[in-house]
Every structure is written in C-alpha cells, then in structure tokens.
Design a protein around this ligand. Sequence first.
Ligand code: ATP
Ligand code: MG
Length: 652
Amino acid sequence: MSDKIYPPPASAVQGAHVSGMAAYEALCKEAETDYTGYWARLARELLTWQKPFTQVLNDSDAPFFKWFEDGQLNASVNCLDRHVDAGRGDRVALIFEADDGAVTRVTYAELLAKVCQLANALKARGVKKGDRVVIYMPMSIEGVVAMQACARIGATHSVVFGGFSAQSLRDRVQDAGAVMILTADEQQRGGKSLPLKSIVDEALADHSCPTIKDVIVYRRTGGTVGWVAGRDQWLHEVVADQPTTCAPEWVEAEHPLFLLYTSGSTGKPKGVQHSTGGYLLHAALTTKWTFDLKDSDIFWCTADIGWVTGHTYITYGPLALGGTEMVFESIPTYPDAARFWKMIEKHKVTIFYTAPTAIRSLIKAAETNDAVHPKHSDLTSLRILGSVGEPINPAAWEWYHQHVGGGRCPIVDTFWQTETGGHMITPLPGATPLVPGSCTLPFPGITAAIVDETGNDVPNGQGGILVVKKPWPSMIRTIYGDPERFKKSYYPPELKGYYLAGDGAIRDEKTGYFTITGRIDDVLNVSGHRMGTMEIESALVGCTELVAEAAVVGRPDDTTGEAICAFVVLKRPRPSGDEAKAIAKQLRDWVAKEIGPIAKPKDIRFGDNLPKTRSGKIMRRLLRSVAKGETVTQDTSTLENPAILEQLGQAY
Ligand code: ATP
Ligand code: MG
C-alpha cells in the first residue's frame, strides 16, 4: 500500500448517497448498535416485498443462516416491473454495444416484455420453480433476459462463462442437475465467431447429461450449427407467440436465485448458492453506495455475466435501482486497445468498473503504442472508477487515476468474492479518503476483521487471516449438493464461527485500512520472515519500465524453508540466455531496494503471458507446481492459455 492519501474531491462528496466520513461512520454505528434492525431497515427501503418479512436473521442452524425468511418477493419484479409501474418504463435500461460497434438500446418496458416472453416460453417447456437452468451465452441483451426470465419463474440459473470447454460445461450441468441449457449459435468477439452451440452438443454427447430436456438457442451470428430434433429450439421461435406479460412466481427470500461455479483459481469449482432476498438487497445497496449510482449516470461494469461481478453489477444491482448501464459484447483490445476509452467517450459513461488485469494490459498497450493511450479520448464524463478481482498494485492504481480518471475520479477498490455476493471492503466514493493499493474499510454493516489461526484478533499493523465475524444478507448459503464442503471451507471450527474468506490481510496501524496480502496459502516464510506474495508482485510491477505483469509463489527450499519464485511478463519480448540472466539480476536488485534483500526472488521465469483462468486471474496453484519443477497434473480446464506453461519451464 502506498503512503499517498487522496481525499474525495468536493464534487464527489456533494450530493453523494453516502456523503462524507461522518455519514459513513453513522451507518457503521447504526449497524453496530442494532445489527438486524439495520439490515431490516435497508431491506424494506430498497426492495419491494410481495409479503413483508417479520423475521430478519435466523441463526439457529449456523452456519446455514437465513435472512428475511418469511418474506416473499421476486427478483425480476424488483428489477423491472416496479420501475415500469412507477412510470419509468421509457428509461433506457441497457445500452448494448456489439463487437462491430453497433448499438442497441432497450428500455425498462421493452426489457420487461422480453423477460416475460421468455419466462412464458420456459414455463411452456415445463421449467418450474426450483429447477436449475444453465445459461451458456455470450454477453448480450438476451443473456441478461435469460437470467431475469429464470428469476421471474423461480428457476435457479447457473451461468457458465462462454469461454469454458465442453468438459467444464458438462461438469457444471451434471453437478447442478440442470433441466435446460440456454445458449447461442456462436459468440462474436474480437472480430471472430467462436462456437457455443457445438460445445453444448459435445457436452451433452453420449447421454452424459440425462437431466437436460431442452436446449434453446439464440441466433447471434447465423453460423451453421448441428441440431437435435426434439431437444433444440431457436429462441426467436419459442418466444414468438408468447404474451409480453407473465405473472411472477413469488418466492421465499431464501429461495435460491442462482448457483455460480467459482472460477477455480484455487481448486475444483464449487457451486456457490445464493438466495433471492438477501442477495438482491446487497446487490442493490452496494450499487447505490459504492458506485453512488444516480438516475443521471451511465454505468459500465466490463465483467462478463459468467462471473459474479456480471451477476451483481450487471444483471441485478443496477437494474434493481432503475439505472442505465452498458453491456459490452467484445474485448478491450478490439479493434485496438483504445476500445474502452472510445466507448466511454461515445456513450458518456460516468461510472466505469473493470479489473486490474485489464488495466495492466491496457497500460502495456498504451506504453508500446501511443495511439491507444486514453489521452486521445474525451473521458471527462467519468466521475467514479472501480476495480475488482485482484489487488490493484499502486503503480496501476496511479495510472488509472491519472490517465483514465483525469486525477478527479475516486477509485473504488472493491474487495469481495463469489461467495459474498457483493462488496465487502471498499471505499465509498463520496466519503473515504483513498490510499492506492488498499481496499480501505468495510462496507457499513460488514464485520470484516483480521485474526490469527485460532480466531483471535490481531493488532493493526500485523498480518493475519481475513474473516467476517457476523453473517450478512448476501452471503453464500451453501455449496450446491455439498453442505459439508461448505462448512469445512468457510466455517472451520477453530475460527469461532467466523466466515473464512481464504485471503490474508493486514490493517494499517494508524488508519485501520485493509490491504489484501494474497490468498492464505500464498503467505511465504523465507528464513523465518513472513511475506505476502502480493507485496513482492507489487514491487516487481513497480519496475514500470520493464515489467508488465508478475506473479510470485513459494517453493520448498532446504536452506531458507521456502524460496521465492517470480513469474514475469516484460514490456519487451520474452528474453532468453544472457539477456534473461541480466534482466533477472536487475529485477532482483530492484526488489532488494524496494522491500529488502530477503524478498529477492530466487528463481525468475519469463513468459509471454501468465497462466490465467478464463476470468483473467493468475492461476497460482499451477505456478506452484511449475516452481517446484513438477509436471502439471492438475485440472487445467479453466486455464485460458495452456501453452504458456512450457515457456515458464526455464528459471533464471
Ligand atoms: P476460486 O474461489 O474458485 O479459487 P476465485 O477466488 O478467484 O476462485 P472469485 O470469487 O471470483 O473467485 O474471486 C474472489 C477473490 O478475488 C478474493 O478472495 C480475492 O482473493 C480476490 N479479490 C477480489 N477483489 C479483490 C480486491 N479488490 N483486492 C484484492 N483481492 C481481490
Ligand atoms: Mg475464491
């Protein structure tokens, strides 16, 4: 974490939903004084209930907590009908920009009509409350419609990212016992058509998924696809004669809205199950407070609907508030790496939320090709920036702040997880003074804390295990079909009933600000010195003339206990031989100067890229095997670029 402090500019404080630190502190105080009263108040203010709840939290079967248990609602009514009913049907809900730049706008009234038509079509094919429906679709209006249509009839959706293989899709369909798959003929990304339907066919081949009765196909590209009569149907055909209204299925607050399989950067994907009421509350609340969303905003979250970020901050949060948001089909580097900046200018985006991995790659692009630098676009519409998915290192933070935000936009570095449903530790843009590299303070009502291995609080300035002491409304309810794994993974007995996030963290001695130091299993012990891998990564990436990206893992070492291994992507072509040795020395000296000689990486390996999950996260478990010199035997199904592993074989 850097030692610079950026107080929120007056323009961000003025008129903010949470305006000034005193307002933030008052909310924290309210939650502390009357925890359930606080959440109940917000649940009544932000959501529309068909049957109001009288019970707030039921903790009698901990850690299987229940929120707003006797209340009933429908998520799609909260996201659509209530805005249309309030006379806001003509507001634009979605601004869709396709791969080729074509733009389609959909109003709330139009979106509701589409959702109802598809909901009716699903019901006509026998899908009912509680059934699981897999959505394997590109970024599209239809993808959002599919999720909302499931919510409307009480079916539990499970979105599988369109980059996953047939095997990964099959695993998820089988685990969920899904009755239907919604897909597209193909997806269009970066000027290319990529298969979807043929992957579904492969996943379902040999009767491997007997629970699937129907496959509904959105025609995106018009490419040729195989067809199984009786099973496959075109989306436009099944909705064609369906009415544009559909009575919602009222569900209990605890009814599972969706399952989402985590990205798998640390192990076998697990089906994280979320509720309807508690989840939707936090989706709406965090969109409102963390992004300070207002009617005048154009909100853009660049995540795919295949990840939790796309669920909470595309499909549910902004729509629950009646906001206007972008949905983007393509990739940040097509037709060139100025695409994001040009889109912000074109659509006058005011709030922009993306991942550090995208920022780092766009920094690299702008530094090698000035033509794609954000300075060539008019980004003055922006007022708030966000970051999610990984820690954002101070160097990337500063660049984002200066070159994208023009030095005037607060950056909300939002720490959260698939399991948490929404933001947990994050600045609020009109309140929190920012420190680059720190996700700052808990969201009001979230009891985040740092403890040791036995659940005792550790003092500020001392690193430990990140936990959440009290249950919160949008928390994971279980791992689908495996409640024991849920308990074991998130509520280990030695932690006094606290939720275990799996990340390490440290709080600043003076400010109490949180910095995430890496996954718990990424804490290294080198000759008795404990170090977060993140710290070393951040130092490496801080060598801005050389390094584009870096990942650090440990490997066993006879003399030092653990040795530090760094995987580095340079801003220049991948070196070898003497050149690689010279650069490796230069980097070691740099780290020694930045952190201390103890943090010097023993091995440095260069790649054109790093092994990442489809969601863009570095797969550290694979790097640990490579560092040990093992052949990689783990599940690489979620790996984006398997060829990279070979390049990383050589250590310098
Ligand atoms: P899996 O759980 O399958 O191994 P994953 O943890 O990468 O995959 P996600 O739920 O998408 O799946 O990511 C949550 C994790 O991402 C957090 O536990 C944390 O490690 C990291 N993370 C997310 N946002 C931030 C942030 N703002 N700062 C630091 N780390 C973050
Ligand atoms: Mg995780």
